[in-house]
Design a binder for this molecule. Structure first.
Ligand SMILES: C[S@@+](CC[C@H](N)C(=O)[O-])C[C@H]1O[C@@H](n2cnc3c(N)ncnc32)[C@H](O)[C@@H]1O
Length: 253
């Protein structure tokens, strides 16, 4: 199931969002249609490059990488981290950051197109560090094809805010907690931030199809607790303003 990654693909860059992706979906689109867009031809290329399109996007990406770095550091100061799982890895945006803490990484995603477009030689990797061993793998967060306690830590970034129902969010936590030996970092859209409040107010007015959902810290922490995880801290990309936030949890042993 798990294959060692060797090199980057040599696909040609794609400019702009490919047709059929979520913002062009029709009125009959459902909240779960966002998932299918990742396998649309050209979408993985678009995703891999979209944060390089402007100065602001580059800056925001840098802030987000730092946010996750901070949350991973919170875990790595508590126990030795050797192995990790990046799920969903997308096109591997966070691999350079994870490799600062873990030498052995499994990069997993439900979309084969995204996994095959993994950026493994990202120039933002910390200089003078031993190159990480990265295994790429296709798999769903709801049925992770790994045994219990298989990795030391898990990073789950930019997925939970796409899940519209609380039951799905709970089962995501249950699977992540099963495969993590020590703990995890989960990014989520914080309903208590300015942007989160605005999003939820708009969703109430049903102005448009909502493919992203801001949730409360209370729900997140309760979900984690019911799966044997203890919340140890959270940091937002821009405190009180932006909704994207990284929360760290340790596994009760
Ligand atoms: C917004 S991207 C985030 C990727 C990466 N974490 C990042 O921040 O760049 C969401 C990813 O979730 C993946 N995905 C959707 N449903 C999934 C599932 N059930 N299990 C695993 N991955 C899933 C998609 O294929 C896509 O790559």
């Amino acid at each position: 199931m798990i294959q060692r990654a060797d090199s980057n693909t040599e696909d040609k860059p794609v400019k702009g969002k490919p047709s059929g992706s979520m913002h062009k979906a029709g009125a009959d689109a459902t909240p779960n249609d966002w998932r299918k867009q990742y396998d649309i031809p050209g979408y993985a290329d678009y995703y891999a490059q979209k944060r390089d399109e402007s100065f602001l996007k580059k800056l925001s990406n840098r802030f987000e990488l730092n946010m996750v770095r901070h949350a991973l550091r919170r875990l790595s100061t508590r126990f030795p981290v050797q192995t990790s799982l990046d799920l969903p890895t997308g096109t591997g945006r966070f691999l350079p950051v994870i490799s600062e803490f873990s030498g052995d990484i499994i990069a997993m995603d439900a979309s084969p197109a995204m996994v095959s477009r993994l950026q493994l030689n990202d120039s933002s990797a910390a200089p003078n560090t031993t190159p990480p061993k990265i295994a790429r793998c296709v798999g769903s967060v709801f049925e992770i094809p790994l045994p219990d306690d298989h990795v030391d830590i898990v990073l789950c970034s930019r997925l939970i805010h796409h899940l519209p129902d609380a039951a799905a969010r709970l089962s995501l936590f249950s699977e992540l907690a099963r495969v993590a030996r020590y703990g995890m970092v989960v990014t989520f859209f914080d309903a208590g931030s300015y942007c989160g409040m605005r999003r939820n107010a708009r969703a109430k007015r049903k102005q448009k199809l909502n493919t992203r959902h801001a949730i409360s810290r209370k729900e997140l922490i309760a979900n984690a607790k019911s799966n044997g995880l203890t919340f140890i801290g959270a940091n937002a990309l821009l405190r009180f303003h932006t909704e994207i936030t990284a929360a760290s949890f340790t596994k009760d042993r």
